[in-house]
Design a protein around this ligand. Structure first.
Ligand SMILES: C[S@@+](CC[C@H](N)C(=O)[O-])C[C@H]1O[C@@H](n2cnc3c(N)ncnc32)[C@H](O)[C@@H]1O
Length: 177
């Protein structure tokens, strides 16, 4: 049974998994290093958020960004009682306004090249030393091109990929400073 199956089992079918391998990848990330802070760009109805809330017991700070807010009271139902900020609007404008760092960042918003590149570029300075950057749908040409920028210009190392018949998830880690 995949990790998302266990989440659906406990949270019901209103959680619409868009990419189950993403949730398995997040589950792996949270198991490898303690995750105290999490930034998610592209929240939808909260399946990826739930995967992190349920598998990062040390989590105390969550920042979410989406043009729509559709997660309802999911964080409370997931028994998350730490701090949570929802940046409601366009990641292109909102992510550069963040002035804190995160142990884990998921980029899963607008999948056009312009937005994927902006979200990735804007996320890099927000990665804590050794922080993990998770990029969904990483074999799509637009995302792949944005990742080329990341690999050529950012202080990160490729960590691992997870692939299924739908697409891949790619994980990078910030180099220790
Ligand atoms: C693929 S869904 C995210 C799925 C979610 N991470 C999950 O796995 O459950 C993409 C989300 O990005 C949001 N989005 C699209 N363009 C955006 C933008 N410019 N800024 C912020 N969010 C955006 C959409 O509203 C949508 O909820």
């Amino acid at each position: 049974m995949s990790y998302i199956d266990t989440l659906i089992e406990s949270f019901g079918p209103h959680i619409r998994p868009s990419h189950p391998t993403l949730y398995d990848a997040l589950h792996v990330c949270t198991g490898l290093y303690p995750i105290r802070s999490y930034l998610e760009i592209g929240v939808h109805d909260g399946a990826s958020l739930l995967a992190v809330l349920r598998s990062a017991p040390e989590l105390s700070r969550v920042v979410l960004c989406d043009v729509e807010r559709t997660i309802g009271d999911l964080p409370t139902r997931a028994e998350y009682h730490g701090s949570l900020v929802f940046l409601h609007g366009d990641s292109y404008d909102l992510i550069p306004q963040i002035h804190e760092t995160f142990d884990l960042i998921l980029v899963d918003g607008d999948h056009s090249y312009t937005y994927a590149l902006a979200d990735i570029r804007n996320s890099v300075p927000l990665l804590a030393p050794c922080g993990q950057l998770v990029i969904d749908d990483s074999t799509r040409p637009e995302i792949r091109s944005a990742i080329k920028w990341l690999e050529a210009n950012a202080p990160v190392v490729h960590f691992f990929d997870m692939t299924d018949e739908q697409d891949s998830v790619s994980i990078y880690r910030r180099k220790p400073s």
